[in-house]
Every structure is written in C-alpha cells, then in structure tokens.
Design a protein around this ligand. Structure first.
Ligand SMILES: Nc1nc2c(c(=O)[nH]1)N[C@H]1C(S)=C(S)[C@@H](COP(=O)(O)OP(=O)(O)OC[C@H]3O[C@@H](n4cnc5c(=O)[nH]c(N)nc54)[C@H](O)[C@@H]3O)O[C@H]1N2
Ligand SMILES: Nc1nc2c(c(=O)[nH]1)N[C@H]1C(S)=C(S)[C@@H](COP(=O)(O)OP(=O)(O)OC[C@H]3O[C@@H](n4cnc5c(=O)[nH]c(N)nc54)[C@H](O)[C@@H]3O)O[C@H]1N2
Ligand code: SF4
Ligand SMILES: [Mo]
Length: 707
C-alpha cells in the first residue's frame, strides 16, 4: 500500500513543504503540502522531478574511480581509504593549504553540508575553503557590515507597503534577499501583496517576471545601477524625503553621501542609467513615500561590475529611509536554528569581514571573506606554483568547470590537480567527469534534514526536522558523513559550534546537527521531538520583540566607510565606451534548471535543452538573424555560439543568457542539445571587484554576428 509522508524539497534552497508518496521503498510522487502554514501547497516543476531525480537511470548509485582514463565502480569504504591516503601524502609533502574544499550549491541543500565542509577544512588547517556564496552575491554578505548593522533587523516583506527589487527575479529564482520577496509561492504572494496595496518598483534591463507586475519598471542599462541609485538618493535628499529623525539619531556621513550624489541630478543619472527621468523621480518618491519596505538586489547587479558600490548605495538608501524594525516591534526573520543574537533598536558597530587580519590568498591581494576564500582565486591558487599551491580539490555538490569565470583556465587548473574528488549524483557533470573519484551521495529524500538553510526567509519562527523518507539504494553516504570518514582516517578533527565532533564513532545526524548549530534557539533534537506527523513546528513564543537600544553603546551607521562616497564620484567620472563590443550580455536563471542541475532530467529537458540568447526582435533584425538561428557571441576574453530567441521583454542592445549550460567539451554542434557556457566570455583576472574578487559575469560587453 502506498504511504504518504510529510517532508520538504531540497532541489533548491526554498525547501517547499511536500507530501511524499512512497510505494515499496520508492518515491512515486511528490506534491505540495496544502496544510503547511508557510508554503500552502506550492511546488515548482524542478521539485516535482524528485522521484525521477532519485530513481532515474541517470542517478549515480555507486562511487567511481578513474582507472586508465575510464571510470570503474568502487566501494565507498575503499574509495575513502584511497582518498585519505592520497590527501595524507599531499599534506605530508606540501602542507595543509595544498588541499582545497569547495562547497557548491548542493553543499547548501544538505543541512549539514556547509557546516561539515567548514569544519573539515578547519580541522585540516587549510585556508583554502570556498563556497558558491563568493561567486554569487558576496558584496551584500561581506561588504555591507562595514557601514554598521541594525540589530533589530530590517523590515520584512510581510509588513512592507513598498518594495524595490534590483536585478532579482524571485518568481523564477525563489531567491529573496533580506526584506525581499520570500520564495513561498512567490508569484501568488506578490500578487496578494499588490492587491493589498503594495507599491512595487523593479530595476532590470529586461521586463522580468516581477518587473511585469511592477508599478514602475526601470529598464536600467546593465551595470549602471550605481547611477540609478545615486539619482534616486539625490532626489530623496534634495526633496528632504529621508527619515530625518532616524538619520539624526543613528547616521554619520550624510553630508559626504550628499556631496557624492550631487552630480547625479535626475537628468544625468537617468541618462547614464538609460531610464526615463520622470520615472526615476517617481521611483524615488514612491520608495521614500512608503512607511515600510526595503530596496534589495539579486545576482544581476552584483555580477555586473561595481557590486560593492551598488550594495553601498542600496544600504545607504535603506539607512536614510530608516527601513528597520523599531523598539517594541516584532523583529523580522526570527530564525530557530541560527545562534541567538540580541535584537535591539541599535546600530552594531561597523565591522569589516575582509582585509587585514583575515587569511590572505596568494592572488591579486584578495583575502578571506569571513570564513572563506573568494572563489575567483581558486583557479589561480591551483595553477600558481609555490608555497600553498592547491594540489587536491574536494568538490561538494558543485560544478566549477561551468560555474566559474574563464572556463578554459578552470578546466586547465582542474586537469592539472594531483587529486580531484567530486561528490555528485551526476557522473556526467562537466566537473565530475574530470574527477579521479566521484563519491556517490544520498539524495534528499533519503536523508534527515533541518530547515537551517531556508530559515533566512521565514517571517515566523518556523522549524522543520524531516526524517528520511526512503532508504538509499546502495553503498551511499551523506556529504558530511564522507567528510567525517576522511577526517577520521586522516586523524584530523571537525570543530563545530558546540565543540569538537566525536571522532571515534560517527555520530548520528541528529547529534551532529545539535553540535553544529549549538547556541541556536531550539536544538534540532528538540524540534525533532516536537514534530508531529512530519509537520513544521512553529515556536510563536520565541518570536523576538526588539528591545530598547543600550544607552551606553550608541552605535551609528557610517556612510563614509571604505571611502565609498569617493568611489561613487570616481564611477561618475569614468564612463567607458566599448565600441568593439556594443552589446551587453546579462545573466539570468533558467526556470527548468538549478544552475547545472537538471541537465539530465527528462521532464526538464523536454521544456528546453539549450540556454537561448534572448534578444529584442528589433535586435535580431539588426544582427541580422531569425528566431532560432545560431549566433556567434564574442567578448574580449572568448566566444560562444548560442541559439538566438526573440523576446519582446528585452531592453534593446542587451542579450540575456543563463549560465551553467554547455561545457569545455561542447562545441557549436552541441549547442542545441547542451547549450553554451557564458563563462567562456569572462575572466576573473580581467575585471573583478577589488574586495570580493567577484568577476564580471553580467553586463559583459560582447559583439554578436550570425554564426
Ligand atoms: N556567468 C555566470 N556564472 C555564474 C552565475 C551567473 O549568473 N552567471 N551564477 C553563479 C552562482 S549564483 C552560483 S551559486 C554558481 C553555482 O556554482 P556551483 O554550485 O559550482 O554549480 P552547480 O551547477 O549548482 O553545481 C551543482 C552540482 O551539484 C550536483 N548535484 C545535484 N544534486 C545533488 C545532490 O543531491 N547531492 C550532491 N552532492 N550533488 C548534487 C549537480 O550534478 C552539479 O554538478 O554559479 C555561478 N556562476
Ligand atoms: N530556476 C532556478 N532558480 C534558481 C537558480 C537557477 O539556476 N534556476 N539559481 C539559484 C541561485 S544559485 C541563485 S544565486 C539565485 C539568484 O536569484 P536572482 O538574483 O533572482 O536571479 P535571476 O532570476 O537571474 O535574476 C537576476 C536578474 O538580474 C537582471 N540583471 C542582470 N544584469 C543586471 C544589471 O546589471 N542590473 C540590474 N538591475 N539587473 C540585472 C537579470 O535580467 C535578471 O532578471 O537563484 C537561485 N534559483
Ligand atoms: S521552489 Fe525549490 S524547494 Fe520549492 S519545489 Fe521548486 S525546487 Fe523544490
Ligand atoms: Mo547562486
């Protein structure tokens, strides 16, 4: 008899609540859980592929070892023994920095994945720990704390009467930055909010799914968000629309900001940003006119050059408009599995998460961002001889060959390693297929997990502990178990928040998670015990109320930190035309993939096999080519052949393509079946952010000709 049990999806970070139908140890169906108070029955097409993802013929169920150029099955235990011996020899000869660990997006889908990866690297003593966060949106994570941080939390979407999304399309991406649209049935959620009076502004060079619903869509020229934001701040300050009392009490540096935006009059800013001047002014008034709600960005502007400057202006706009939870209000985003920090009506002092005092890479003067090395030094750390050269790489649920800038260089770096281990369910992934060992992991419905990685979106104290729905088919382990087994064999430790992980006998996942998130509001084991019928547990009593600020520690935001006002002035003086590359390529998400995941799932392939180059119909005529023709797209770094598609929603002069398709072995002949890698067009050493290392992966200057 089929049985239906509650769990949650881990195809992506949204963690939608699901009802899972299990028949004879196999998952036969998944559907949204209509009773869940947050998700209310929502799923997307990717999540609905979980049965196929688990049981389809493409899934790797036995680990692989490369022998004489071809893969052979290998028992997990034997593979771990051999890998540990190789790591040991590399460390003995070259030291621990010669081993690097990279946690890709699927390290984040296992609740113990990133925590164990960090602990493994620390136990080993290597500074070379990387995660996809530094490829993704490092400026908002690592550079904005230096202006100060409001301890009471930012306004959440739930209470907003105005929202401003810049280069973020959560209806497809299910990614809502702090204060942005949460990923729970995002389209319905946004429509409901609009029905209730929300005012929506979207800045995006194309009319994205959210832009189509906006009151004001600003089709900003790619990479020119700083001009747009400076113009909006100019209007707000010159019309006195900022929150004067808040600024008075909590903000330093307003005069410097005012000076820096002085030249960005609406006319100048609108011309540089390529938007209508009246629309820019209207957006400024609409945003400042709201009582609650924040401006937030997605990946677009972070990748479009000037990411740090854009995030500075986004922070400034929120700060001068005082978009924070005040004393006596419920704090936003309560979080259950995250260490408890005081929620006070107060600015925590500015703090830099990079630079002096952080481990330095050997490359381009870049340092650790918080706990990790910026991804854009990884290829060079592998290729550059000398002390600390990376010779072994463990990739956990990631695909650097298609996801990192400069594909040829990354491929060369990967191929030159002494040891590449990939933990992946897809032996055909562009990176896994080049590995010495592919370790086959358990998939999500075969695991216990907690909702620690999605709780950054929950507006209520919502917590989940799911049981494994089915047994794993064979000789498989979870990512954290593999790392524990390697550390055990190497005699190194796994330092966790609650102390050292026991290294004699492998702990249960519950015990591991309890140690990993020690200091949080409710321990995972307690949430598990509180769970009834697999449902979410909501700890209403734990929703923090913002306490009064400490009168003895009156912190203030510092809008001059990092000399950002001067950087804005320098940006204003430095417009660089690129006549050889008149088009701008912008990045986007594919609705039917999660980065490169899903390339081998039939129902997703049935929707689309390639990543088209979307262009305005008038632009197709300019190239000239027809819808469906192939075009050759060149940048200063490389070229790709892509399939052109007409799209009315594109800004003229802009071409939009998803990343993580294609691969170094896919030529123009394979573009219809496999797509093309946009990372062949960019280089992390040619154009990068001096703090985060983020390279230009959107707003890429290109030329386009018929192929
Ligand atoms: N040009 C350009 N480049 C970009 C971007 C862009 O917008 N433009 N976006 C960037 C961003 S935001 C990110 S986050 C990175 C992504 O960078 P990565 O995380 O390195 O790339 P993914 O393709 O997500 O890799 C996920 C891997 O996990 C594997 N996988 C799938 N399911 C499982 C599982 O259950 N367990 C395990 N262990 N593995 C599994 C997949 O087969 C795949 O190989 O790419 C970045 N690169
Ligand atoms: N279906 C699906 N969902 C995903 C992923 C996926 O691959 N597929 N990837 C996941 C990952 S790893 C991440 S990090 C998130 C990202 O989540 P989002 O950041 O919401 O990603 P996108 O949907 O690509 O939205 C970025 C938008 O920025 C716009 N843009 C590009 N360049 C610029 C610019 O210079 N300025 C401005 N203002 N806008 C610009 C693009 O047109 C696009 O609409 O999505 C996640 N969710
Ligand atoms: S949005 Fe993400 S978590 Fe929700 S069903 Fe789709 S893939 Fe799964
Ligand atoms: Mo990402």
């Amino acid at each position: 008899m089929p049985e239906v049990r509650r769990s949650f999806c881990r195809f992506c970070h949204a963690n939608c609540a699901m009802l899972v139908t299990i028949d004879e140890g196999r998952v036969t169906k998944v559907q949204g859980d209509p009773d869940d108070p947050v998700f209310g029955g929502y799923t997307c097409i990717k999540g609905r592929q979980l049965p196929d993802a688990h049981h389809g013929p493409q899934r790797l169920t036995v680990s692989q070892k490369r022998v004489a150029g071809a893969f052979q099955d290998i028992a997990m235990d034997t593979a771990l023994d051999e890998i540990a011996a190789k790591l040991s020899a590399i460390i003995a000869e070259h030291g621990p920095h010669a081993v690097a660990v990279y946690g890709g997006t699927y390290a984040f889908q296992n609740s113990a994945g990133v925590g164990s990866a960090m602990a493994f690297a620390q136990g080993l003593g290597t500074r070379n720990i990387y995660t996809s966060v530094t490829l993704d949106q490092p400026a908002k994570v690592y550079t904005t704390m230096r202006y100060g941080n409001w301890m009471g939390g930012m306004h959440s979407f739930a209470e907003a009467d105005v929202a401003f999304f810049i280069g973020n399309n959560p209806i497809v991406s299910h990614y809502g930055p702090p204060g942005g649209l949460p990923p729970f049935s995002p389209s319905r959620r946004l429509r409901d909010a609009l029905d209730q009076g929300l005012k929506l502004i979207v800045a995006d060079p194309r009319e994205s799914d959210v832009a189509a619903l906006a009151h004001i869509h600003l089709p900003v020229r790619p990479g020119e968000d700083p001009a747009l934001l400076a113009g909006i701040i100019h209007v707000i300050l010159s019309e006195g629309l900022q929150d004067q009392a808040f600024v008075q009490q909590y903000v330093d540096g307003l005069d410097e900001l005012r000076r820096a935006v002085a030249d960005f009059t609406p006319a100048v800013a609108a011309a540089r940003a390529g938007v209508d001047e009246a629309q820019l002014v209207a957006a400024a008034r609409m945003f400042a006119g709201g009582a609650k709600g924040v401006v937030s960005t997605g990946t677009g502007p972070e990748m479009a050059g000037n990411g740090t400057l854009t995030q500075y202006l986004v922070s400034s706009l929120n700060i001068i408009c005082g978009r924070f939870c005040r004393e006596g209000e419920k704090s936003s985003i309560p979080r259950v599995f995250t260490p408890v920090t005081p929620r006070r009506a107060q600015v925590a002092p500015p703090m830099a998460l990079f630079g002096e005092g952080f481990p330095a890479s050997r490359i381009r003067g870049l340092t650790h961002l918080g706990m990790e090395m910026p991804c854009n030094v990884l290829a060079d750390e592998m290729l550059t001889p000398g002390e600390g050269q990376v010779r072994a790489l463990i990739v956990i649920g990631g695909n650097p060959v298609v996801a990192f800038p400069d594909q040829d260089k990354m491929t060369r770096a990967i191929d030159g390693l002494d040891l590449l281990v990939s933990i992946d369910v897809n032996a055909e992934s562009a990176t896994a297929k080049r590995a010495d060992y592919i370790l086959a992991p358990k998939m999500c419905l075969e695991r216990e997990d907690i909702s620690n990685l999605s709780e950054w979106w929950y507006e209520i104290p919502y917590a989940r502990y799911t049981e494994a729905m089915i047994a794993a088919p064979g000789d498989l382990l979870e990512e954290w178990e593999m790392l524990w087994e390697l550390a055990h064999r190497l005699g190194t430790g796994l330092p966790l928040a609650g102390g050292a992980c026991p290294m004699d006998v492998r702990p249960t996942k519950e015990a591991f998670l309890d140690l990993m998130v020690a200091g949080c509001s409710v321990a995972p084991s307690v949430v598990r015990a509180d769970t009834v019928d697999g449902k979410a547990v909501i700890y209403e009593d734990l929703h923090p109320i913002v306490e009064p600020g400490d009168p003895d520690a009156p912190g203030r935001f510092d809008l001059t930190a990092g000399a950002m006002p001067d950087q804005l002035i320098a940006y204003g003086n430095a417009e660089q035309p690129t006549p050889d590359f008149p088009w701008r390529m912008v990045s986007r998400r594919s609705r039917h993939r999660f980065n490169s995941t899903g390339q081998n799932l039939p129902a997703l392939r049935a929707k689309r096999t390639t990543n088209p180059a979307f262009l305005h119909p008038d632009d197709l005529a300019r190239i000239p080519c027809n819808d469906g023709d192939t075009v050759r797209i060149r940048s200063a770094v490389g070229e790709v052949v892509a399939v052109a598609r007409a799209a009315e929603n594109m800004r003229p002069g802009v071409v939009s393509m998803a990343h993580a398709f294609g691969g170094p072995d896919i030529g123009p002949d394979g573009v219809h079946e496999h797509g093309a890698s946009t990372n062949r067009l960019v280089s992390e050493s040619a154009h990068y952010d001096p703090i985060t290392g983020q390279s230009l992966q959107s707003a890429i200057p290109v030329s386009i000709v018929p192929a």
